[in-house]
Design a protein around this ligand. Structure first.
Ligand SMILES: [Zn+2]
Length: 409
């Protein structure tokens, strides 16, 4: 969790920040190259201390000496953390950092000075105090700061800090949530929530893409179109992020227990495997790559993992619980009789059980299954459900699930 603010460097400060970005990227890529050179039987790659020593050596007499040593050292620590995350199987392997795409660096010893109610300044090595807009209060305690330049040309500074406490009163309610593509979130109480699709901005991106395809590489107009496209993308991302924040806050306020499917989103957005043609060596059969790419985009657009993470952060900070359950067959299982078959899905939206005839919206049925599975896990007691509220909750088919829910609450 981090607190992010828009940074407004003066025209004189911007080259200094750009320089730090370039240094951090260079050092990161060197470390990655070193890691890539490892082969079996060659002994281990240099550890963090050895690498810092190598950096000090490399700084002597090269262009790196003009940059900030703390920014460069921090890039190495950043890389070590990324490698550790990869070994820990929570993240992908660190990748090359590209100019214009991965522009950023970390500051370790932070000085922050509030200028007035709206503005504050953060100290950047070799650059001085840089202004940022206090769009929200500063966290009381924070770790290091990260400065970033996004492709649309905006600078941001974010401070690593704990989630602000969420003050909520227990409602005694539990909800299962099915994350999908057609409906972003289907809640077990029947609510359907859809992430904003920003049609105007999306069609602007398409138009700019077409324009870009006609323009000469390296031309000034092409660069201008690229910036415009990055701005449109940034606005879409802002809009979706805003939706995720608001929706997750509301859900945490409404429910003591929230159950989600334990989805491995990174595994779900893999590319379609190429299908070799057995009759023509070297040729390939249609493998649905375009359709899969479209689905992947839709999944990424829905911000599934960000949503789950924010929900967990906020629920934990407010005394609620988020549970993750096995996602298998939640969309094929009948909520009333438990019959599980692909034929139960009449269409993308309609669920009709072939055994007992129970019909519902497919996503609502899945959300109810998810809730039931979560309640079997029996979350920690003490979420103060009042008997009245429990009785007010609905749907006879969930009688079995309700009993366990009552035990849980
Ligand atoms: Zn059934």
């Amino acid at each position: 969790m981090s607190h992010r603010y828009r940074l407004y460097p003066s025209p004189g400060q911007e080259p200094g920040l750009g320089r730090h970005c370039a240094d951090a990227r260079f050092v990161w890529n060197l470390a990655l190259e070193q890691a890539n050179c490892w082969r079996a039987g060659r002994g281990s790659t240099p550890g963090p201390a050895e690498r810092q020593r190598q950096l000090a050596e490399a700084r002597a007499g090269t262009f790196l000496a003009e940059g900030s040593s703390s920014v460069q050292q921090q890039a190495l620590r950043d890389f070590d953390r990324a490698m550790a995350n990869w070994w820990g199987k929570t993240h992908r392997r660190p990748r090359w950092r590209k100019q214009g795409q991965d522009e950023g660096f970390c500051i370790r010893d932070i000085t922050v000075k509030q200028v007035n109610r709206r503005w504050a300044e953060v100290g950047v090595p070799k650059v001085g105090m840089v202004r940022f807009r206090l769009s929200r209060p500063m966290p009381t305690t924070f770790g290091m700061a990260r400065v970033k330049l996004d492709p649309s040309g905006r600078w941001h500074v974010s401070f690593a800090a704990a989630q602000d406490p969420v003050v909520r009163t227990p409602t005694g309610s539990a909800a299962g949530i099915d994350r999908g593509v057609a409906t972003t979130l289907a809640i077990s109480d029947g609510t359907m929530l859809r992430a904003p699709s920003c049609p105007k901005l999306a069609s602007r991106v398409v138009r700019l893409d077409q324009q870009l395809a006609r323009q000469r590489r390296g031309s000034k107009r092409r660069a201008k179109t690229k910036r415009a496209r990055a701005r449109a993308h940034a606005r879409i991302a802002d809009c979706r992020r805003d939706w995720v924040e608001k929706t997750s806050t509301r859900l945490v306020f409404d429910h003591d227990v929230i159950v989600l499917e334990d989805l491995r989103v990174t595994n779900m957005v893999r590319r379609a495997k190429p299908k070799a043609d057995p009759e023509q060596p070297g040729a390939f059969l249609p493998n649905g790559a375009a359709a899969k790419a479209g689905l992947n985009r839709a999944i990424q657009r829905s911000n599934w993992s960000v949503f789950a993470r924010r929900l967990e952060d906020k629920a934990t900070a407010g005394g609620g619980t988020v549970l993750f359950v096995d996602p298998r067959y939640t969309s094929q299982q009948c909520r009333r009789c438990g019959h599980t078959a692909p034929e139960n899905r009449e269409s993308q939206a309609v669920f009709r059980c072939v055994a007992c005839g129970y019909a519902n919206h497919a996503d609502s049925n899945a959300a109810e299954n998810i809730l039931a599975r979560g309640l079997v896990l029996a979350p920690t007691p003490g979420h103060g459900a009042s008997p009245r509220k429990r009785a007010a909750r609905r749907s006879p088919p969930r009688a079995a699930a309700r009993t366990s829910e009552t035990d849980a609450a």
